[in-house]
Design a protein around this ligand. Structure first.
Ligand SMILES: *[C@@H]1O[C@H](CO)[C@@H](O)[C@H](O)[C@H]1NC(C)=O
Ligand SMILES: *[C@@H]1O[C@H](CO)[C@@H](O)[C@H](O)[C@H]1NC(C)=O
Ligand SMILES: *[C@@H]1O[C@H](CO)[C@@H](O)[C@H](O)[C@H]1NC(C)=O
Ligand SMILES: *[C@@H]1O[C@H](CO)[C@@H](O)[C@H](O)[C@H]1NC(C)=O
Ligand SMILES: *[C@@H]1O[C@H](CO)[C@@H](O)[C@H](O)[C@H]1NC(C)=O
Ligand SMILES: *[C@@H]1O[C@H](CO)[C@@H](O)[C@H](O)[C@H]1NC(C)=O
Ligand SMILES: *[C@@H]1O[C@H](CO)[C@@H](O)[C@H](O)[C@H]1NC(C)=O
Ligand SMILES: *[C@@H]1O[C@H](CO)[C@@H](O)[C@H](O)[C@H]1NC(C)=O
Length: 290
């Protein structure tokens, strides 16, 4: 075999239809905090010679299967993580910056082509419940204000009441200048509650807690007492009216049936029940007939 044949063989090996290598990149999505290190692993099955890594459209690292990584900027590193059965390289970026945010492309020279992963470089900001603890009268509305600053990207802000996610209809979150988010929670003061404001991006979560202290509302209590008193008076009044009407009605009936009733029977009807009176009335009638 001369040199020409050797090259042809290599060419066929690397680019022939049946022998294209398979490239797997992991993980495909990664969110990390600014300044941390991040790694991606490329696993190749089949023949390959050259592997390259691109960050934000710049070629930053080249790996030769036989000789390893070519010299590069120190923040881009390669580590051979191959085993006897598979060829694999771990690519790392040390101290990630916002410039690293975006696609990370691993390419195998030849027909295999490239695989792309997404890197999200995030920042953990601060969370503060500016209203602090609140003491509110029972039944009144408490309004808590939470501020989330210096996050990247825009965080999700949520509230927890006694550790349970608050219904989203209880709060509103708006963007202020300089990317600060302000969230306002409105809750009915029913009982003492731990109120937590939480901001998160996929790489980090920060939360702060304050307390809602509920005190009895004396005006409500007095109103309750007064209305109970009023209700009692009303009931007495109604009872009074009923008895009065009944007495009047019975007095009228008695008068029409027998005007000669004795005063003692009149007294009984005024105080006792209808049955008792009816009995006595019948008796009296009998007495009259006899
Ligand atoms: C990477 O992000 C781009 C757009 O931001 C999206 O179209 C693509 O599907 C993402 N890739 C993966 C592997 O999630
Ligand atoms: C990042 O990698 C560098 C170099 O390998 C190392 O010195 C540093 O401790 C690592 N930082 C973290 C947060 O792991
Ligand atoms: C990578 O590791 C594999 C398995 O340990 C080894 O066979 C191969 O020679 C290494 N490659 C380089 C360039 O060090
Ligand atoms: C990380 O990079 C930033 C600039 O991107 C630099 O200011 C900082 O000193 C670096 N940190 C480390 C530990 O190298
Ligand atoms: C809120 O109340 C708790 C417990 O009563 C206390 O420890 C904490 O310091 C208070 N926070 C503020 C901001 O006043
Ligand atoms: C949240 O509140 C809305 C309206 O008040 C209600 O329709 C919805 O069912 C509530 N969701 C949960 C999970 O309680
Ligand atoms: C949130 O905003 C909407 C529209 O501005 C308003 O109708 C709603 O009452 C607000 N909810 C809270 C809890 O502030
Ligand atoms: C916040 O965390 C939840 C799960 O804990 C996640 O579903 C959500 O996507 C995160 N928000 C952001 C903005 O990453």
């Amino acid at each position: 075999m001369d040199d020409m044949d050797k090259h042809l063989l290599t060419f066929l090996l690397l680019f022939g239809a049946g022998v294209a290598a398979e490239l797997q990149l992991e993980p495909l999505n990664q969110a990390v905090l600014l300044g941390s290190n991040v790694s991606f692993t490329a696993t190749v099955t089949g023949p390959w010679m050259i592997m390259t890594w691109d960050v934000e459209k710049l070629l930053v690292l080249t790996i030769n299967r036989d000789t390893g990584a070519l010299p590069s900027a120190p923040r881009y590193q390669a580590q051979n993580v191959s085993t006897n059965v598979r060829s694999a390289w771990e690519f790392s970026i040390v101290n990630v910056s916002h410039n690293d945010n975006g696609p990370i492309v691993c390419t195998i020279q030849g027909p295999t082509g490239a695989r792309t992963a997404n890197l999200s470089v995030q920042e953990r900001g601060t969370v503060d419940i500016v209203t602090g603890n609140l003491t509110v009268k029972h039944g009144k509305e408490a309004e808590f204000r939470c501020e989330a600053s210096d996050w990247f990207p825009r965080p999700e802000v949520s509230w927890l009441l006694d550790g349970v996610e608050a219904n989203a209809s209880l709060y509103n979150t708006t963007s202020q200048a300089q990317g600060t988010l302000t969230s306002v929670l409105r809750v009915q003061a029913v009982r003492d509650t731990a109120v937590q404001c939480r901001a998160n991006v996929s790489a980090a979560t920060v939360s702060r807690s304050v307390y809602l202290v509920v005190v009895p509302d004396w005006t409500v209590l007095i109103a309750v007492v007064v209305s109970f008193g009023g209700a009692a008076l009303l009931v007495l009044l109604i009872i009074g009216i009923i008895f009065c009407c009944r007495w009047k009605k019975e007095k009228g009936e008695t008068a029409s049936v027998d005007s000669g009733l004795s005063p003692s029977i009149h007294e009984t009807s005024a105080h006792g029940s209808t049955e008792v009176y009816a009995l006595q009335f019948t008796k009296h009638r009998h007495a009259t007939i006899v």
